[in-house]
Design a protein around this ligand. Structure first.
Ligand SMILES: Nc1nc2c(c(=O)[nH]1)N[C@H]1C(S)=C(S)[C@@H](COP(=O)(O)OP(=O)(O)OC[C@H]3O[C@@H](n4cnc5c(N)ncnc54)[C@H](O)[C@@H]3O)O[C@H]1N2
Ligand code: MOO
Ligand SMILES: [Mg+2]
Length: 615
């Protein structure tokens, strides 16, 4: 099935004045007719090779099935669409352009001058069309019969590729080798060689590194934009309301007529376009939201009127009395009352919420450009791990809960992730797992193998096989002490790796404190979680490390400070301690003079979850 298509108008003129674009909308209409189910993205860009390439690549990366361009295929010096397309596609499909040219030549010898290109990049078919509505109409007719088949062929290939991918992902044994020598366990360090960072230092490192993430933009439907940071300023292209509208159910009148009897000339309900203007002594029955007839400048609500005369059958009001003289503009929403034309509806950098999305819908915007977070891959490591779906556990095995927990935790915070399965604890398998993940994603989140055991191979593999920079490899925190953040270059691109401890609670807390923070920073959201002061509902034992205790908030009905209840034993393996968490309490490290906090002590809490309570 064709799920998403983009129509790109490439023209300096249309870019400057969108209303000049006739070919793009025509092409969009043909696409809607051929693929009614598909999500359609339309954009207008100038004749700039770099921008064209960037947009084409972007649409291919976002897995669109089809990208149709119109414009920029001719011979003027600014026509660079074919060059940009050639730079992006991996396989050319010359048959499409030959068929189009042959058909067009029957209509005009000018078809000889089109240099349009068609080809495939990854799973996306790209076809260039010339830049006029007429040419687009003729050319689309030619390619229309083959488009669905071409796309399904590309998909079949992709299915095979992804099958190969998946089997690679879920069986990380392979031909990879590693520079990590595991034969001399007796020589392993007996102290961690990684310096211990304070939390504030670790956060600063994450923020500094992730704010380098090159702004990547994505066009999404306004609904998909929920929670995303808008990358463009959108203005009201028309006033709201577009006509003077009644605020009340009543009578539209001329205020100059004052109080007194009026002839009810017409009835205008919402959606009716009034045809004739009102004259002195007349009124129009109107509903809330109805357009006022010309001449009317006020509305008198029905409660402030009295029926004077009606038709014998009671179906028509003939005269009403306005009981109190109305003011001009009384109960009228003038043109642009809510949103004057040109108002900024959403500003670049704002986060889209439901009200803003409603405003955009009301203003006729269907798509919006937002900042796209990096792609995230999840990988578990451990010889003891089995897939969660496996019914029977082998001796000494457990089911992998981290991947599922992390996937939904990311989802809860608005981020998708790619599942890269489980890698066993051998250097080649970990290398294979990491390499497979880095091929697919910008950010790798893996769990397990970061501490001091002979099977804890993540750090050496990152250092020796991926030449990674370890920004931190230990943090003074509980849980999550061996948490690791590294970057490396892989296939020419910078990659970001969060190697989280395997203990499920450590993985949960470190994902919140480091990974989600990093994703927020990378797409323009303030990284730090909001902090508030809460009162401990009970005494708390302090750990030598600063601790992020999982707690649930009780909101006080009398406006007192909320109280926080920790969720049982805070052992790093016990994920039950995180169930129902909406805050992480920042408990200070124990000192000689303070080993515990009494009930009622006030501590800072990071709000990391929903403040929802079951009824
Ligand atoms: N000698 C030392 N030992 C340990 C230290 C230390 O400083 N010195 N640190 C401890 C701390 S703190 C933590 S946290 C853990 C971190 O362990 P690793 O990251 O090396 O993780 P593993 O050893 O692979 O596993 C730990 C634990 O978690 C379970 N696990 C792993 N992956 C999963 C998964 N995907 N789903 C569910 N459970 C998982 C695993 O079975 C282990 O029980 O190290 C301490 N040791
Ligand atoms: O730092 Mo670990 O996560 O205490 O168990
Ligand atoms: Mg370990």
């Amino acid at each position: 099935m064709v799920k998403a298509v983009a129509v790109i108008t490439i023209s300096d003129t249309c870019f400057k004045d969108n209303s000049k674009d006739t070919a793009g909308p025509a092409l969009a209409d043909f696409v809607k007719e051929l693929f009614p189910e598909a999500n359609l993205h339309t954009i207008i860009i100038p004749d700039e090779k770099e921008i064209i390439e960037r947009e084409l690549k972007y649409f291919c990366e976002t897995n669109l099935d089809l990208v149709l361009t119109t414009g920029g295929t001719g011979l003027t010096p600014r026509d660079v669409t074919p060059e940009a397309t050639k730079a992006v596609i991996q396989r050319e499909v010359p048959g499409i352009t030959i068929a189009v040219t042959l058909a067009s030549l029957k209509k005009t010898p000018m078809a000889q001058l089109s240099r349009a290109v068609a080809g495939v990049r990854d799973k996306t078919l790209i076809v260039n069309f010339p830049g006029s509505k007429k040419a687009v109409t003729e050319c689309f007719e030619v390619v229309k019969p083959i488009l669905p088949h071409a796309i399904s062929l590309i998909h079949n290939e992709v299915a095979e590729v992804s099958y190969i991918h998946n089997s690679m992902q879920f069986n990380h044994t392979c031909t990879h080798s590693s520079n990590v020598d595991v034969s001399k366990v007796a020589l392993r360090p007996r102290e961690s060689p990684f310096p211990m960072f304070e939390m504030a230092e670790a956060w600063k490192l994450v923020d500094d590194v992730m704010s380098e993430w090159k702004e990547r933009l994505k066009i999404v439907t306004i609904e998909e934009g929920l929670g995303k940071v808008v990358a463009q300023t959108l203005y009201a292209k028309e006033p709201m309301p577009p006509f003077p509208a009644s605020v009340k159910d009543g009578y539209a009148c001329l205020s100059i007529d004052g109080a007194g009897v009026r002839r009810v000339r017409i009835a205008v309900t919402a959606g009716d376009a009034p045809t004739a203007p009102l004259c002195a002594g007349e009124c129009a029955r109107v509903n809330t939201g109805a357009a006022l007839p010309a001449g009317a400048d006020c509305v008198v609500q029905v409660e402030d009127t009295r029926l004077v005369s009606a038709s014998d059958d009671g179906q028509t009001e003939l005269e009403v009395e306005i009981l109190k003289a109305p003011e001009p503009q009384q109960d009228v929403r003038s043109v642009g009352f809510d949103i004057p034309m040109g108002t900024v509806l959403v500003d670049k950098g704002q986060i889209l919420d439901s009200a803003k999305i409603g405003i955009l819908a009301g203003a006729g915007y269907q798509n919006v450009t937002v900042r796209a977070p990096p792609k995230v891959a999840l990988l578990s490591t451990g010889n003891e791990l089995q897939e969660p779906s496996e019914v029977k556990l082998k001796p000494a095995h457990i089911r992998d809960s981290n991947r599922t927990m992390l996937r939904v935790l990311l989802k809860e915070h608005g981020y998708d992730s790619i599942d890269c399965g489980i890698a066993r604890d051998t250097p080649p398998e970990i290398v294979a797992g990491i390499a497979a993940a880095l091929k697919l994603a910008d950010v790798l989140v893996c769990t397990g193998g970061v501490s001091m055991g002979e099977k804890d191979l993540l750090k050496p593999v990152l250092l020796k096989d991926f030449n990674a920079t370890l920004h931190y490899g230990r943090v003074r925190m509980k849980p999550g002490k061996p948490s690791t953040f590294a970057t490396c270059e892989f296939e020419g691109k910078k990659k970001y790796i969060f190697a989280l401890p395997g203990n499920p609670v450590s993985a949960y807390v470190c994902a919140l404190l480091f990974v989600i923070r990093a994703l927020r920073v990378s797409c323009g959201v303030r990284g730090a979680w909001p902090r508030m002061r809460v009162r401990l509902a009970h005494a708390a034992q302090l750990d030598p490390r600063p601790e992020y205790a999982r707690a649930s908030l009780e909101l006080s009905p009398d406006g007192d400070m909320p109280s926080a209840t920790m969720l049982g034993s805070q052992c790093s393996s016990r994920l039950l301690s995180a169930c129902g968490t909406n805050v992480l309490l920042e408990l200070p490290a124990a000192t000689d003079s303070q080993q515990r906090l009494p009930a009622g002590a006030v501590v800072p809490a990071l709000i990391t979850g929903r403040l929802d309570f079951a009824s």
